[in-house]
Structure formats: C-alpha cells, structure tokens
Design a protein around this ligand. Structure first.
Ligand code: AHR
Length: 507
C-alpha cells in the first residue's frame, strides 16, 4: 500500500512555451512507411488524393502533427533528390541498401512529399545527404524547393509542374553521420556541417532552421565538438553561427540492443526494464543540454531529438529489414514518459520526432491493406495535443515520495506527470507505470479557481493490449470521472498502467 503523492501546480506561474514541434513526426523510405503506409499511387482502390492515402492524412490532421521529417534516417544519406523528380515513368530505380535491400522506384519524391505536407498542413523537415551526396547537390535541392524567378533550379521545378516555390522551414545536414551517414568522427563531421551549411542559401526570404546531425544516445563528445565548432555565438565578429540546432537520437528498448525483444509478448521484468530505458531520455536531455549550456548559456541553439521511440523485434513473418512492430499500452506509457520529459526541457528542446509515423517502429498508425489502425501511441499524441505551444506549468511533487522501483542499478519513478496552460485552460498529464497497483495522486492547484475538470484515460485490462484490424478499438481513450476540485485540491486514483489527462477550465 503506497501513500498518496501530492503534486503542486501554480496555475498562475506559466513558464517556457512547449514548442508544438516536440510533437513532430518522421517518415522514412523504410518498409511500408512511405509505400503502402502513406503513398499508394493514384490508381489504388484505397481512397487517395494524388496517391496519398486519405485515411492517413485525416488521422494525422486530427492530432495536428506540426512537422514531418523525411526522407530518412539512414535512407537520407543515400538519397539523391534528382532521382525523385520529373515524370514518374522516367525516374530511375535504386536499391535501398539500408532497409530490406529492396528496389526503390522513386515514385514518391520531392513533389509528393511537399504535397503530403500541404495536405497535412504541416511543416516539412527535410534531411539532406551528406554521407554520399555533394555540397552542390544539397545547395541545388534548397534552390529547387525555395527559389522563385528564373534560376536554373526554379526553372526545373516549373518544368516538373510546380510554379511557386515552397516554404521549407527545417533543414537537416545529414543523418547519423557517426554511423550509417558516413561513419565519421565528430571533428570531421563538424567541419563538413559548416561547409554544407554555408551553401544552403536562404532564397526569397525562406528562413532555413538548420539542424546539424547530432549524437547517438550519450555521446557527449559529439555534442561538445559541434558546439565548439558551431561558429561565433558571442563576440559579434561572425554574423551568424553555422547551424541553429543540434540533433540527438535515442531509442527505447529493454535489455541489450540485440537480440530484439517482442513488442507484444513480454513479462513484468522486461516491461519495467523498458520503462527504465524510457526514463533515460530525461537524463540525456539534461546532460546534452548541460554540455550546450557551457558554450551557449542563453540557449540560442536548439536541441532536436529527431528520432525517438521503442525498437522491438519485427512482427513474426515480416521482413526483418522493414522494422514493422505492434504497439501496446507499454508503448503508450513510453510515449507519455517522453512527452513529460520534453515538456520539462522546454527551454532547450525545440523539436522531437517519433520514429516513425506509419508501419515502422513505434508507429502511430498501422495499415493492413485498406484498413487503418490507430495505435495506443496515436492516442497519447491526441490526448496530449493541448500541450502544443502551451506554457509549461511546473508540477512539483511534495510530501509522500513518489512510488519508485529499482530496475538494475536504477531507481525509476512509477508515476510521471507534466502540465501546461493556455488561454484560460490547463492540461495535466499523469501516468501510472505500475503494472499492478493503482496510485493516488493529489493535485494541489494554486493561483486560479478551477471551474471545470474533464478527465480522460487510456488503459486496458492488460498492458499487452493493442489494436488490430479485427479489434481497432481495444485501446482507445475513455472519459474518466473526476470529483470536483475542493479547496483547490483534486484527488485522483490512477489505475495501474494508465495515462490520465485532466483538462481544467480556469475561472
Ligand atoms: O528509424 C530507423 C533508423 O534508425 C533510422 O533510419 C536511423 O537514423 C536510425 O538508426
């Protein structure tokens, strides 16, 4: 029997804005993410607009995805954008050596991706090729996308059917350059990033937010090397620094990297080890942020976690190179732990991208022919939507300690939470990671009168529960009865393995 935990929230002390871009997405030419997942072609019997699945667009619009990263991932560093423009019948085929060794027909290229972003109403985040590309190739791609007038690349774009340039706010300079993106040392990559960045011009007022390829997990040397070689931040002798942000990749998995473990069949020990791995993101954001603080105390350079999520074994019988995995309540809780951490790091973390949007790794959507399945992770994005661009509210745990569990040599909290406020409302997210026990939380709300509380919950009888084509609604949010606020205090019993959101109307 654990004691209730008390969380104090000062509703009248808003903090940093939680960038909506921490709810960003990532779609790579990998397995069935782009092909079948997003793009089925105009001739498909599956309803589509210019080849792009209507059901997928509708589902992603409903969670208001703020940005979409493309075309990789590892694929980005072997992608040559010219292969993917012009008449489809004339586009060359290439081998996708990273993912399944399959032949890529380039039918989804720049115009299709930009069309997808326009249909979604989302900001494109394009990752350029440093590993096997050239400076000129990247510079030309930027010109092709963003320049008007009679420049060579704008003319080529026009020939290919698009008169007006697009706006491209986010630009990545390579991906995982320490690994699949070229196996470089930090020092070498840092110089290359400066070089490539120099030629990514800002045409016609298109401001490019340039994101340098960052560290893997806890490679603080990589972050430090980039910060040291970033350009001038203080002396005023250099008009600007070479990039605006640095990325970071971190995946959640139990045990070791290999062998991968099942997404649906796991015991309690494996479950808690997954939660240990999920909590580690908080330490990584703190420590990479600390390294950045040394060189950039005023936090002008952003941190971008542009790949995060669970990495489990592929579903039995599926191509091992396609990374297709199921998604349970466990994944939903991994997501909620990440979002709470993202909110707490709102001062430095400017963007995060779940890997990946459809049919790959911790997907928010799975497709089965013409059927679309929203995963438990999708529902976390939906329930947390109100945190996008809201102002962080500190949620301070006092009194009775949070329940914890020792996993390996780590002690992890079994309750996670965060809160934000905007326009006379506040949103509180609370997760109970305990597999068996419910936990009582008392929320002590100060600074504003609360006139209404609407509660929702995501859980199921078993933590292994997941959605399938036959049972698409096995895990969906339901309303959660919450007693009225009495003397500014709200008592909530969080059921085992659940996420609860509370939307408050402030008086
Ligand atoms: O998301 C799958 C892969 O994971 C990406 O292509 C790569 O960047 C990372 O290693």
């Amino acid at each position: 029997e654990t004691q209730p935990s008390t969380a104090v929230i000062n509703l009248d002390v808003p903090g940093h804005t939680i960038s909506k871009h921490v709810y960003g997405h990532f779609a790579e030419h990998l397995g069935h993410c782009i092909y079948d997942g997003i793009f089925v072609g105009e001739d498909s019997p599956i309803p589509n607009v210019r080849g792009i699945r209507t059901d997928v667009v509708d589902a992603l619009k409903a969670i208001e995805i703020p940005n979409l990263r493309w075309p990789g991932g590892c694929f980005a560093d072997e992608y040559h954008w010219r292969d993917g423009v012009g008449p489809r019948s004339e586009r060359p085929t290439v081998v996708n050596t990273h993912w399944g060794d399959v032949v890529e027909d380039n039918s989804f290229g720049t115009h299709e991706f930009m069309d997808l972003c326009e249909q979604l109403g989302t900001d494109p985040y394009i990752c350029g090729n440093v590993g096997s590309g050239t400076v000129r190739e990247m510079a030309d791609w930027v010109e092709y996308l963003t320049r008007s007038g009679s420049a060579p690349m704008s003319e080529l774009r026009r020939t290919n059917g698009r008169e007006e340039p697009w706006k491209v706010p986010f630009w990545g300079i390579g991906n995982e350059s320490w690994g699949c993106g070229g196996n470089m040392r930090a020092e070498y990559y840092a110089d290359l990033a400066r070089q490539y960045s120099t030629y990514c011009r800002e045409h016609d007022g298109n401001k490019l937010y340039k994101i340098a390829g960052g560290a893997n997990i806890d490679d603080y040397h990589w972050t430090e090397t980039l910060m040291k070689t970033l350009g001038d931040l203080g002396c005023g002798c250099n008009p600007r620094h070479f990039f605006d942000a640095i990325s970071l990749h971190y995946y959640t998995y139990p045990g070791e990297w290999e062998p991968k473990q099942s997404a649906t069949d796991f015991d309690a020990e494996t479950y808690y080890d997954t939660m240990r791995s999920a909590w580690q993101v908080d330490e990584l954001l703190t420590r990479h942020g600390n390294v950045m603080d040394v060189y950039d105390p005023s936090k002008r350079i952003g941190l971008v976690l542009d790949e995060w999520g669970t990495w489990f074994a592929v579903e039995p019988g599926t191509n091992p190179g396609f990374l297709y995995q199921q998604n349970t309540i466990r994944d939903a809780l991994v997501a909620s732990v990440h979002f709470d951490s993202f909110h707490r790091h709102a001062d430095r973390l400017v963007m995060a991208n779940i890997a990946q949007t459809v049919n790959v790794l911790q997907a928010v959507l799975l497709t089965d022919g013409d059927t679309l399945i929203k995963t438990p992770t999708y529902h976390v994005f939906e329930m947390n939507k109100g945190h996008q661009d809201a102002q962080l509210l500190q949620l301070s745990w006092i009194g009775g300690a949070l329940p914890t569990r020792t996993v390996g040599n780590r002690e992890i909290p079994l309750v996670s939470g965060s809160a934000s406020t905007t326009a006379g409302r506040a949103l509180i997210s609370l997760s109970n990671l305990d597999l068996e026990a419910s936990h009582e939380v008392i929320v002590d709300l100060r600074g504003h009168r609360v006139t209404d509380v609407a509660g929702r919950i995501l859980t199921a009888g078993a933590v292994h529960a997941h959605n399938t084509a036959d049972q698409p609604d096995a895990v969906v949010p339901r309303s959660f009865d919450v007693a009225n606020v009495t003397d500014g205090r709200l008592a909530i019993e969080l059921p085992a393995h659940s996420l609860v959101t509370l939307e408050l109307t402030l008086g």
